[in-house]
Design a protein around this ligand. Structure first.
Ligand SMILES: *Cc1c(COP(=O)(O)O)cnc(C)c1O
Length: 426
């Protein structure tokens, strides 16, 4: 087979199986093209994308503005490393700092790298500003977290599949229950060496767990009380996904319209990735104010590709799309519609117990055991009916379409989902 020969779906899957490490279990569909809310498989069948590459493609597939910015920059200057300056990085840093309301940005590539960066910044701050004795700093994390796949990050995961036989693990983490302020206060009170609290504003991978409306604000207040950094991992929830620019709503322009019932919470350290590039390129970042970020000095941290000119151009275009196309407002509006339509169905359904989420980050809980294959089978049937989604756990299906969706398209998707679910009613 020559490299340029078109493969069939079956051939593509066999090639991956034979030559690729088996570190994923993809839904059997082979995609060859994407545009806006749609993707097409090798045989030309069209689907609605209801995963958006885990919320990396919030701006829709191959958004022309992002693609143009990328083409232009990649044919001008692609990579210098940080050994030299480039003419795009500073512009991007200023743009993103003003966009999210922080003094400084540290550029990385993947979400896991940005989480690692935030942990390093937090530890250095704990020693050099808070005054914790060397090597004794601790960081509080939550049960059922998902922050990525590096050795340190899986050290504080409690997913046995992600952890087993990857030890020895990194020390210095305290795990507490999510959405539990007593647990947080107890951990802060009994551990004077805590430097930070790392939290997802909504636990996406765990199954789209939305905490109580005042959880984040009160957790932030507790962190302030104990002089501990509140570190928000918004890799999945950020960039308009939950109906606001950030789920913590830092510097949020929609605060009067959509979130008057929820306070704005400004993280001390903000972690972004995924949709920061609209899915065109791996771009992640850590943002913080000077009092925190100034602990990082030359040689402390870096990345060959982090902050490269293509990433800078792509991220600026991707954020402009979010602002200009009012994606936060669209996600808010369509999210309300989606949950109300699914809730109407649930009233008479025996197969779905619950829909939950915020904006266009939602999940349904299937009425079956955690280890059943019902959710997987529903996703196969959704695929056959022209819509792609993936179970997060055995009985939970996440629904996260691109935020450029129209109301008509969303209602079309709701009818595909309901029609498919009805095939599984007992
Ligand atoms: C996806 C994700 C990450 C990791 O991002 P990668 O780019 O896959 O390394 C970290 N945190 C959260 C909340 C995520 O959803």
């Amino acid at each position: 087979m020559a490299i340029l020969d078109q493969v069939t779906s079956q051939e593509a899957i066999e090639l991956e199986n034979k030559y690729g490490a088996h570190n994923y279990h993809p839904l059997p569909v082979v995609l060859a093209k994407g545009e806006g809310v749609h993707v097409w498989d090798v045989e030309g069948k069209q689907y609605y994308d209801f995963l958006s590459a885990y919320s990396a493609v919030n701006q829709g597939h191959c958004h022309p503005k992002i693609v143009n910015a990328m083409h232009k920059q990649v044919s001008t200057l692609a990579l210098t490393s940080r050994a030299f300056h480039n003419d795009m990085l500073g512009k991007y840093e200023k743009f993103a700092c003003e966009f999210f309301g922080f003094d400084k940005l540290l550029p990385m590539n993947t979400g896991a790298e940005a989480v690692e960066t935030a942990l390093k910044v937090c530890r250095k701050w704990a020693y050099e500003v808070k005054g914790i004795k060397e090597n004794e700093a601790e960081i509080i994390v939550c049960e059922n977290n998902f922050h990525g796949r590096t050795t340190t990050i899986i050290s504080f995961s409690n997913d046995p599949v992600a952890r087993k036989n990857f030890g020895p693990y990194t020390d210095g983490f305290i795990k507490i229950a999510y959405d539990n302020l007593d647990a947080l206060e107890n951990a802060l009170k009994s551990n004077p060496n805590v430097g930070g609290f790392l939290v997802e504003p909504i636990q996406g991978e765990a199954g789209v767990y939305v905490p109580a409306p005042d959880y984040l604000a009160k957790a932030k207040a507790l962190c302030a009380k104990y002089n501990v950094l509140f570190i928000a991992d918004e890799v999945q929830t950020g960039i308009a996904r939950t109906g606001r620019l950030l789920a913590t709503c830092g510097n949020c322009s929609c605060i009067d319209k959509n979130c008057s019932n929820e306070p704005e919470v400004k993280p001390d350290v903000l972690i972004l990735g995924k949709a920061l590039s609209g899915g065109a390129y791996p771009v992640s970042a850590v943002l913080a104010n000077n009092a925190i970020m100034n602990v990082i000095r030359p040689g402390n941290h870096g990345s060959t590709f982090g902050g490269n000119p293509v990433a800078a151009a792509v991220a600026m275009a991707a954020l402009e799309v979010v602002r200009d196309e009012k994606l936060a407002e669209n996600a808010y509006k369509l999210g309300e519609l989606f949950r109300s339509e699914i809730n109407k169905f649930i009233e008479t359904s025996s197969i779905v117990n619950l829909v939950r989420g915020k904006g266009l980050l939602n999940a349904i809980v299937i009425n079956d055991d955690e280890d059943s294959d019902t959710a997987w089978n529903i996703c196969l049937a959704l695929r056959d009916n022209g819509l792609l989604a993936k179970p997060t756990h055995g009985n939970i299906i996440r629904f996260a379409p691109p935020l450029v969706m129209t109301e008509t398209q969303l209602l079309d998707c709701v009818s595909i989902i309901i029609k498919t679910l009805k095939e599984f009613e007992k």
